[in-house]
Design a protein around this ligand. Structure first.
Ligand code: BDP
Length: 845
C-alpha cells in the first residue's frame, strides 16, 4: 500500500480555489497557543466567547477594555404581561427587564469570556468616562453618550442603526434606541470574536430592511429535534424550540415557563438583528389563537421583548369556523371577506392578542394553497381576503403577511406561471398594511431557482421575500450546505425591471425591490423560515447554525458578501487557526453548488422523493402532476427539462424583456438554469464542448466529488477542533457523502434509460490506469494471470488533476485504489477509484 500524507497534500493545494477561500486581511493576531480544546456541544451557537488565545492580541484587548458602563440600565422597563414570569428551575440563562440590561449583561458575559477575566460594571460619576470603559447607551439613557456623540452623527442611523466609536480612551456603543444599542453591543463583541481592531474605532451601520423576521414552522420541516433522527423531541416534547403542549414529564416545561434555549435563541437573533418571529406553521393550527395559547405567547413575548423580538402568528383563513372558539364562531358563509362578522371576528382576536402582547406584529396567512382555505372558496380573490384581514387589524397597527405560494392547477398547466397569473393583476390593490410574501424562486426553495418573476412585477405592493433557512430541500440535518451563496445570488439578481416607458430602472435588483428603494415603497421585510428546534445545538447540524447566522446578516445588509459572513461565523464558532478558518470557509463556499450538482444539476428541478424531500425519486409520479418529479424533468428519448420558452409554456414572458429574451433562448440561457426553461436534447453541445448528456453526468460526479473533498478537508482539522463537535460533523459528512452518491447513481441510472447512452468514462474525475502494459479508464483492467499486479501509470482525464495510488493491488485478480483530485468551478473535488484487475488467463508476454 503506498499512501501519501493526504491531509497535508489537500491542505496545500485545495485552498487556492474559490474566492471565499481568501481570508480577510484585516484580522489581527498571529500567535496560536494550541492547548487541547475542551469539548463543546454547540448550545451557545456563535455566542461562545472563549478567551482570546493570541497573547499579544489579548493584551491589546485587555488594555483597551477595562470597564463596562451602561448608565440607567434598569430605567426603561419593557412591557411585561405575565405576572410571575420565570425561568424553569435550574436554568442558566436569566430574564432581564430592559434592553439595556440585555446589552450590559452581554458585555459582561462576552468581554469577561474573551478577555479571560471579569470586566467590572462601573458608573460614570459626574459624567466622567473612565479610561478603558465601554459605554453603551442612547442620548436619552446616558449623559456620557449625550455629551460624546454629536446628535447629527446618530440622526442617519434611524431606529436600529448603531455607532461604535473611540472617544478619549473609551469606546462608545450608541444608538437612538435601546435596541440599537443592543445591536451595537453584539457588533462590538463580534469585532473581538473575529479579531478585528477595536481601537481606534469609528464605524456605524444601519439595516437596509426594516422587518427582519423568522417564520417558525414548529414541527413541520423541522430537522433539529433532540430525538435520534433529529426530527422530533423526547420525553413529551415535540422537537420544537418553544414548548406549548409538551406532555408527561415535560409538561412542567411548557410556556409560560421560560427555558434557557429561548433566551439563547433570542440573544442569537438579536446578535444578527432579527426583530420578529411568526411562531407557528403556515399550515396554521388555530390553537395559537385560543385564549390558553395567547397566555403562553404573551409569556414568550415577554421573555423575547428585551431583545427586540416581536411575535406574530400564522392563521387559517377559516379559523372563525373552528369549534375551539365556540360560542364565538362563524358559519362558512360568514367567511365572506366583505362581511362585518368576518372582519369583526378577526378584530376581536387581534384585540385579545394585543391586550396580552401590545407590540404584536400581526398575521401570516397561507390561503388557497395546498388545501388551506381562503377567499377563493367564497368566490373572491387574494386581494379581497388580504384586505379584509388588513382592515380588521389596521386600527391596532398590525400587519398582514399574505403568502403568494399558490399553484392552483386550473390556472395554468405550468405550475411556475400560476402565482403571477393570480397576483400580477392585483398589484397596487392591496391595503397599506399588507405585505405579500413571496419565496425567492417560482417553485419551492430548490437549491437553485431563477428569481421569482413576481418581485419585479408587483412594484406597487410591499413585498416580503421568504427564504428557507431550514434545509428542507438542501440536505436537512445531514448535508453540509451553506446557504449564504444562494441567498446572495437571489438578493443580488438583476430583474432588469423597466419603467412605464421601457427604460431600465436604476435600482432593480431583488434586494432593491425588497428594501423598497426601487420605487420608494414605505415598508420592507425579509423572512427566513427558521431551522430552530430543541436539539442541543438548536439546529441539528452544527453547520446549520451558519445558515441562521447568514440569514440574519443578509437581512441586515443584503449587499454583504456571503463568503465574509462565513468567515465571521467560522471564527466565532470554530476558532481562528488559519487552517481552521481557511479549510472551513472553503468547505462552505462550494457546498451549496455541490448540492445543486449532485441533486439537480443544470436546472433540472425538484427530483425529490415526495415522502420526505430528502432523497431522489426522478421516476416518481404522484396524484398531482405538479408534485411529481416526472412533471419537472419531462425525461424522454429526445432530452430532459421543462420547456418554458415562448414555444413551450411561455413562462419566460413573465420576466422583464432582458431576462425573458435570455431565458427564452436555449443558446443564451445561463447553463445552470438550462432545464428550468428548456427541454434539452441529449446530444446538444454545451459550453464545455461536451454534449449535454456527458456534461450532465459529470456534474453529478463533481457534486459528489466535492463532498468527498469536504470529508477529507474536515479530517485534516482533527487536532484543531474539540473532539465532540469534530466527531459529530465527521459522522454527518460520511452520511452526506453516501447520500450524495445515492443521488448521483439514482438519477444518472434513471436518465440513462431515456438518453440511451453509456455513462461516459472520460469525465473530469476519471483516470486511465495501467497495469502490466494494459491501460484502461473503465475501472476494470484485463491482466494476464501471473503478471505483476502493480499499477505502473495513472493518467487523469483532466490534465490539471492530480492522481495518486492509494492502494496497490496485491494480486491478479485483485483491487487497487486510485485517488484523483481536481478543481471544479466551485471548488476542489476528489474521487477514489476502485481499480479491478480481471485475469485474462493468458501468460504474461
Ligand atoms: C413546502 C413545504 C410545506 C410547506 C409549503 C409552504 O414542503 O411543508 O407548507 O412549502 O411553504 O416547501 O407553504
Amino acid at each position: 500500500m503506498s499512501s501519501t500524507d493526504e491531509n497535508a497534500g489537500f491542505g496545500r493545494r485545495s485552498f487556492l480555489i474559490g474566492s471565499a477561500a481568501a481570508l480577510s486581511t484585516s484580522v489581527l493576531g498571529t500567535g496560536f497557543a494550541q492547548a487541547a480544546t475542551p469539548d463543546e456541544d454547540g448550545s451557545s451557537l456563535w455566542l461562545r466567547y472563549p478567551v482570546v488565545d493570541d497573547p499579544g492580541l489579548l493584551a491589546r484587548y485587555r488594555a483597551a477594555v477595562t470597564a463596562i458602563v451602561v448608565e440607567n440600565a434598569g430605567r426603561t422597563k419593557v412591557h411585561r404581561h405575565t405576572a410571575h414570569l420565570a425561568m424553569a428551575p435550574g436554568s442558566s440563562e436569566h430574564l432581564v427587564e430592559t434592553t439595556l440590561q440585555a446589552a450590559r449583561d452581554e458585555l459582561v458575559r462576552g468581554l469577561g469570556g474573551l478577555l479571560g477575566r471579569p470586566v467590572p460594571v462601573r458608573d460614570a460619576p459626574g459624567g466622567r468616562i473612565p479610561a478603558g470603559a465601554v459605554v453603551a447607551g442612547t442620548p436619552a439613557s446616558s449623559p456620557v453618550i449625550r455629551r460624546s456623540v454629536p446628535a447629527q452623527d446618530l440622526a442617519p442611523l434611524g431606529d436600529d442603526g448603531y455607532l461604535l466609536r473611540s472617544v478619549r480612551g473609551a469606546t462608545v456603543i450608541a444608538g437612538n434606541t435601546d435596541l440599537a444599542v443592543l445591536y451595537g453591543t453584539f457588533a462590538f463583541l463580534r469585532r473581538l470574536q473575529t479579531r478585528q481592531a477595536i481601537t481606534p474605532l469609528d464605524v456605524s451601520s444601519a439595516p437596509r430592511i426594516r422587518r427582519r423576521y423568522l417564520n417558525y414552522w414548529e414541527t413541520e420541516r423541522l430537522y433539529a429535534g433532540n430525538n435520534a433522527t433529529g426530527t422530533g423531541g423526547l420525553n413529551g416534547e415535540n422537537g420544537a424550540i418553544f414548548d406549548f403542549t409538551a406532555t408527561g414529564a415535560s409538561a412542567a416545561l411548557n410556556l409560560p415557563v421560560i427555558l434557557d434555549r429561548y433566551l439563547v435563541a433570542a440573544r442569537a437573533m438579536a446578535s444578527v438583528g432579527i426583530n420578529g418571529i411568526t411562531i407557528n406553521n403556515v399550515n396554521a393550527n388555530s390553537f395559537y389563537l385560543t385564549a390558553a395559547a395567547i397566555k403562553q405567547e404573551a409569556a414568550l413575548a415577554d421573555a423575547l421583548r428585551p431583545y427586540g423580538i416581536r411575535l406574530a402568528v400564522s392563521v387559517n383563513y377559516a379559523a372563525p369556523t373552528d369549534a375551539r372558539f365556540a360560542p364565538d364562531t362563524l358559519t362558512r358563509e360568514q367567511l365572506d371577506p366583505y362581511s362585518a362578522q368576518f372582519r369583526d371576528w378577526w378584530a376581536r382576536r387581534a384585540r385579545q392578542l394585543q391586550a396580552a402582547i401590545p407590540d404584536f406584529i400581526g398575521f401570516t396567512v397561507k390561503a388557497n394553497s395546498e388545501g388551506q382555505p381562503g377567499p377563493q372558496d367564497l368566490g373572491y380573490d387574494h386581494r379581497d381576503g388580504a384586505n379584509a384581514l388588513a382592515a380588521a387589524v389596521a386600527p391596532l397597527g398590525m400587519r398582514i403577511f399574505w403568502r403568494t405560494f399558490v399553484y392552483n392547477a386550473e390556472v395554468d398547466r405550468d405550475r411556475l406561471k400560476r402565482p403571477y397569473l393570480e397576483f400580477g393583476p392585483l398589484d397596487g390593490k392591496f391595503a397599506e398594511n399588507v405585505f405579500i410574501q413571496t419565496k425567492n424562486g417560482p417553485l419551492d426553495y430548490q437549491a437553485r431557482e431563477p428569481v421569482h418573476p413576481l418581485f419585479a412585477r408587483m412594484e406597487h405592493t410591499d413585498q416580503a421575500i421568504e427564504l428557507q433557512i431550514t434545509q428542507e430541500y438542501t440536505g436537512q440535518n445531514t448535508m453540509l450546505c451553506y446557504l449564504g451563496p444562494l441567498w446572495e445570488e437571489v438578493l443580488k439578481a438583476d430583474t432588469y425591471a423597466t419603467d412605464e416607458h421601457g427604460r431600465l430602472l436604476p435600482r432593480r435588483r431583488v434586494g432593491d425591490i425588497v428594501e423598497g428603494t426601487t420605487r420608494d415603497r414605505p415598508d420592507s421585510a425579509i423572512i427566513g423560515v427558521a431551522n430552530l428546534g430543541n436539539a442541543t445545538n438548536l439546529t441539528g447540524h452544527h453547520f446549520a447554525q451558519a445558515n441562521f447566522f447568514a440569514f440574519g446578516r443578509l437581512a441586515w445588509d443584503w449587499t454583504a458578501e456571503s463568503g465574509r459572513i462565513a468567515e465571521d461565523w467560522v471564527r466565532m464558532t470554530w476558532g481562528h487557526h488559519p487552517d481552521v478558518v481557511r479549510t472551513i470557509v472553503a468547505m462552505m463556499a462550494g457546498s451549496r453548488e455541490a448540492v445543486v450538482n449532485y441533486q439537480t444539476p443544470l436546472g433540472v428541478a425538484h427530483q425529490f422523493r415526495s415522502s420526505d424531500h430528502y432523497g431522489p425519486a426522478p421516476g416518481e409520479r404522484l396524484s398531482r402532476d405538479d408534485w411529481s418529479p416526472v412533471y419537472y424533468n419531462q425525461a424522454d428519448t429526445a432530452g430532459l427539462g421543462y420547456d418554458r420558452s415562448p414555444t413551450g409554456s411561455g413562462f419566460t414572458a413573465q420576466y422583464f424583456p432582458v431576462l425573458a429574451a435570455r431565458y427564452g433562448d436555449i443558446d443564451r440561457v445561463p447553463e445552470e438554469l438550462l432545464m428550468w426553461f428548456h427541454h434539452v436534447p441529449w446530444d446538444r453541445r454545451l459550453r464545455s464542448g461536451r454534449i449535454f448528456w456527458d456534461e450532465l453526468v459529470s456534474r453529478y460526479d463533481l457534486g459528489v466529488g466535492y463532498v468527498t473533498w469536504m470529508r477529507h478537508a474536515w479530517d485534516s482539522l482533527a487536532t484543531r477542533l474539540d473532539a465532540r463537535r469534530f466527531a459529530e460533523v465527521k459522522a454527518k459528512l460520511a452520511a452526506h457523502e453516501t447520500d450524495a452518491a445515492g443521488w448521483r447513481d439514482t438519477c444518472v441510472g434513471y436518465w440513462k434509460q431515456f438518453s440511451g447512452r453509456e455513462v461516459p468514462a472520460d469525465g473530469p474525475l476519471s483516470v486511465a490506469v495501467e497495469v502490466a502494459g494494459v491501460s484502461s479508464a473503465t475501472g476494470r483492467i484485463p491482466v494476464p494471470t501471473g503478471a505483476s499486479p502493480r499499477i505502473t501509470k495513472v493518467v487523469p482525464a483532466d490534465s490539471a488533476a492530480r492522481a495518486e495510488v492509494l492502494a496497490q493491488p496485491r494480486s491478479v485478480p485483485g483491487k487497487g485504489i486510485v485517488r484523483v483530485t481536481a478543481a471544479s468551478p466551485f471548488g476542489p473535488v476528489v474521487k477514489d477509484h476502485v481499480v479491478e484487475l480481471v485475469p485474462t488467463g493468458g501468460e504474461p508476454g
